[in-house]
Each structure stands twice: as C-alpha cells, then as structure tokens.
Design a protein around this ligand. Structure first.
Ligand SMILES: Nc1ncnc2c1ncn2[C@@H]1O[C@H](COP(=O)(O)OP(=O)(O)OP(=O)(O)O)[C@@H](O)[C@H]1O
Ligand SMILES: [Mg+2]
Length: 276
C-alpha cells in the first residue's frame, strides 16, 4: 500500500516530466537525450553553453517544434502538443527567447493576444476593449510592473518593460507552469532586479518555473534545482543549495563529469586525451 501512496504522491509532485527527448535538424543533433523533471512550486534552472539545446528543448516541450522521439508528461499524463496554444490551454506559459510580442499593438492587446474578451450574443460578438484595458491594468499592477500605460505600444517600451509584459502575460493566465528562456539576457542591472523580483513573486504564488539563464549567480539566487545540458544531453542535476558557481561552470564546460548521473557517460563528451 505504501508504495502505491508513494507513487501517487511522486506523480503529483512532479508537474512536468520530460524523458529522452530527441530532435535533429538535418545532421545537427540539437537534442540527443534530454530528460528533466519540474517539481511542483519550485524553480528549476536549465543551464548550458550556447547551442547546448536549451531553447530546442523548450520548443519541443511546448509544441512549437515536434520532437523526433521522447515523452512529455504533465501531471503524470502523457501529452504531445503540436502547437503552443495547446500547451497554453494545458497551463504551460512560455516566454520565448525571442519574445513574441507584437510591436504595433498596445500592452493590453498583447496581454490578451489570442484570448480577447468579447461581449454580445451568438454571432454578434464585440471586443470588450474597456474590460480588457481594466484587466490588463490589474495584471500589470499586481506584478508591480513598470510600464507607462497599458495603452502604450510595445514598440515604445524598453527591453526590460517588454520582458515584464511578456512575463505578465505568462503569469496572468493562472497557468501552472511558466517557462522563461533567458528572461534577463538583454537587460540592465535594475531591469534584471525587477524581473528577478517578478520571478520570485511567481514562485510565491505557487507556480512551477523553468528558468533558462547563462547568469549563474542569478541561477543560484532564484532556483531550487539546476539541470545542466551539454551537446544536446541533460548531463547533471544539482540541488541549488548543494552547488556553487565554480561547480556549475565545470559542469557546463565538461571539465567536471557528473558522478550522480545514472546514464552511461558518453565517450563523445569526455575531454580529449592530452597531447604528449
Ligand atoms: N531551426 C533550426 N534549424 C537548424 N538548426 C537548429 C535550429 N534550431 C536550433 N538549431 C541548432 O540546434 C542546436 C541547439 O540550439 P538551441 O537554440 O537549442 O541552443 P541553446 O542552448 O538555446 O543556445 P543559446 O544559449 O545560445 O540560446 C544548435 O546547434 C543550433 O544551431
Ligand atoms: Mg537558447
């Protein structure tokens, strides 16, 4: 009996599980074998060098690109999204590396993109702009986001303000999982602090977060666990409290092989033999 209970509690504690995801583009094996688990209510950081496969993992996970092989489970149930809207309606919001805001629309319009509120009956539907403005204002002020007005065009916002709008959109739809692909890569110090504060507040609301970042100090500040990718594989996992910047650098570059890893070490990932 106790094993059954344990199994049940494990599956509910793991919101999202990715097993052996693979994806090639022609001869480029972007994902060779990527596996990770997002524990409920925690921040999981995904780190790895440029080209390691982090964004590809996200795109395969949420249905932007179909994986060649592998399995994704949401709350224990196998899922296969074929477009990001399916992921969104299942409660997974993604802020992509290339933000995907519409420059010529207002903040409010961007927040409601694809989810416009309408009023009227049957075939006679009108956009309820007033309601959307009001709700957009609430979404933005709840997160203490610093944007001039919800009617401002995104084109006129700074990088940090855009990032904040994208985050507000992700956070505002009572989603259970939020995936953030390098949310502070292009930001200054203050904007970075503000976005980090937003991420903390999402965590406090109980959201499960996957954070991709090259900033190891940020990873150590914000995450509960760290997953390391190298050359298309997830090669190590650490509790954030048990690691440090030096070890993360070593894991990312391959100077340190992971001793906890269950997988057979891949000869292709071992350091080159030294010249004699
Ligand atoms: N659409 C595509 N067509 C061809 N190759 C691709 C495509 N998308 C990604 N790749 C390749 O797959 C590999 C992984 O790319 P990916 O964008 O996932 O890396 P990343 O870890 O997100 O890197 P970064 O930290 O620079 O964002 C790279 O070699 C990249 O060139
Ligand atoms: Mg990327």
């Amino acid at each position: 009996m106790s094993t059954l209970t344990e199994a049940a509690s494990t599956s509910t504690d793991e919101v999202l599980t990715v097993r052996n995801l693979q994806k090639s583009f022609g001869r480029v094996q972007a994902l060779r074998e990527a596996s990770l688990t997002l524990p409920r209510g925690k921040v999981t950081a995904l780190i790895g060098d440029n080209g390691a496969g982090k964004s590809t993992l996200v795109r395969c996970l949420v249905g932007v690109q179909p994986p060649d092989a592998g399995e994704v489970r949401l709350n224990g149930e196998p899922v296969r999204f074929t477009n990001p809207e399916q992921g969104r309606s299942a409660g997974i919001e993604t802020v992509f590396q290339e933000l995907a805001l519409v420059e010529d629309l207002s903040v409010a319009q961007n927040l409601f993109l694809g989810r416009e509120i309408t009023r009227g009956f049957g075939p006679l539907k009108f956009l309820d702009r007033r309601k959307m403005r009001k709700e957009a204002h609430d979404m933005v002020s709840q997160l203490a986001i610093n944007v001039p007005q919800v009617t401002s065009r995104v084109r006129r916002l700074s990088g940090g303000q855009r990032q904040a709008v994208a985050l507000a959109r992700a956070a505002g739809w009572s989603s259970s999982v939020v995936i953030l692909d390098e949310p502070t890569a292009a930001l200054g110090v203050q904007e970075t602090q503000r976005v980090e504060q937003l991420i903390r507040s999402l965590r406090e609301k109980g959201m499960t977060i996957l954070l991709i970042s090259h900033n190891f100090e940020q990873v150590l500040r914000l995450s509960d666990q760290v997953v390391v990718m190298r050359a298309g594989r997830t090669v190590a996992r650490r509790d954030t409290s048990d690691t440090n910047g030096q070890e993360l650098v070593a894991l990312v570059t391959g100077a340190q092989q992971d001793s906890d890893d269950n997988e057979e070490p891949d000869p292709a990932l071992l350091p080159e033999p030294e010249e004699r």
